[in-house]
Design a protein around this ligand. Structure first.
Ligand code: COA
Length: 258
């Protein structure tokens, strides 16, 4: 694969980097396929505990490559699973935690994909824009449902109807991002959180994420599902290690678990 998507594994963290700065990291079909592959293989590889998705200096991504897009318009949900859909399915379906590190421009799917990450950190020079209506298109990948859920209808309309540009402060205030930092400190912030997650019990993280991603349901139904997973985890070797570590007054070591 070309170097337009760089994949690097270190300390249990797989970093997937959009690397096409001369085109503002606009994402082509080949890039979606490479990023999808990295997520799919990483999700089933025991040594990988966490994903980080990022871009390059000052550019997260300008979204879909417009040229590519016009050459082969993807019909998402149309049955043939275009690369963009494969990528978003891999992201939405990832059992392991995903952190996004946004520095600079995030446009279109560069914002949409953030909703499907678990944690988002952004540099304070970042900007966020979903110009779908401005391009005479429509919202994508659940954003028409998830944005109003996350921000309320009126605030979501700033992005999806007005096509406003949000700065990092607005993104933080609305809850689109978890934290902001000067650009030079971004990767430290992200890698700190990634290392923190990578050291946790992976089965427990998967269980918590799975529960958080369940659609809203009757609270008693939810309690039943939580109870099932809680009971499963109580019998797991991961819990045995956590309990022993507590009794022995040491830090648990979950590194052998995948
Ligand atoms: N698809 C394809 N190429 C893109 C692109 C995209 N989404 N975004 C930027 N580029 C390309 C430009 O065509 C240009 O290529 P060139 O140097 O060969 O002419 C290069 O990246 C630099 O972009 P440029 O527009 O010159 O930089 P800028 O700093 O003036 O503006 C943007 C940057 C991102 C604000 C502007 O390019 C833009 O609005 N892009 C479209 C973003 C968009 O609408 N994305 C949603 C798609 S659904």
């Amino acid at each position: 694969m070309s170097n337009l998507v760089l994949v690097e594994d270190a300390e249990g963290i797989r970093t997937i980097r959009f690397n096409r700065p001369e085109k503002k990291n606009a994402i082509t079909r080949a890039m979606y396929s490479a990023a999808a592959e990295a997520l799919e293989t990483g999700d089933s590889e025991k040594s990988i505990k966490v994903f980080v998705i990022t871009g390059t200096d000052g550019i997260f991504t300008a979204g879909n490559d417009m040229v590519d897009f016009m050459e082969r318009p993807p019909h998402v949900g149309g049955g043939d699973v275009p690369p963009v859909e494969r990528f978003m399915r891999a992201l939405i379906g990832a059992e392991k935690p995903v952190i996004a590190a946004v520095d600079g421009l995030a446009i279109g799917i560069g914002v949409t994909l953030l909703m499907h990450c678990d944690i988002v950190y952004a540099s304070n020079r970042s900007t966020f824009k979903t110009p779908f209506v401005d391009l005479a298109l429509a919202p994508e990948f659940g954003s028409s449902q998830l944005f109003p859920q996350m921000f309320g209808h009126a605030v979501a309309a700033e992005l999806l109807l007005l096509g406003n540009v949000w700065g990092a402060d607005r993104a933080y205030q609305t809850g689109l991002v978890n934290g902001t930092t000067p650009p030079e400190a971004l990767m430290d912030m992200v890698m700190g959180a990634a290392r923190n997650l990578a050291a946790k019990a992976p089965g427990s993280l998967r269980a918590a994420k799975k529960l958080m991603k369940r659609p809203p349901e009757d609270i008693h139904e939810r309690i039943k599902h939580e109870g099932g997973l809680f009971n499963e985890m109580l019998r797991s070797p991961e819990f045995a290690e956590a309990a022993s570590a507590f009794m022995e007054r040491r830090k648990p070591d979950f590194s052998q678990f995948g």
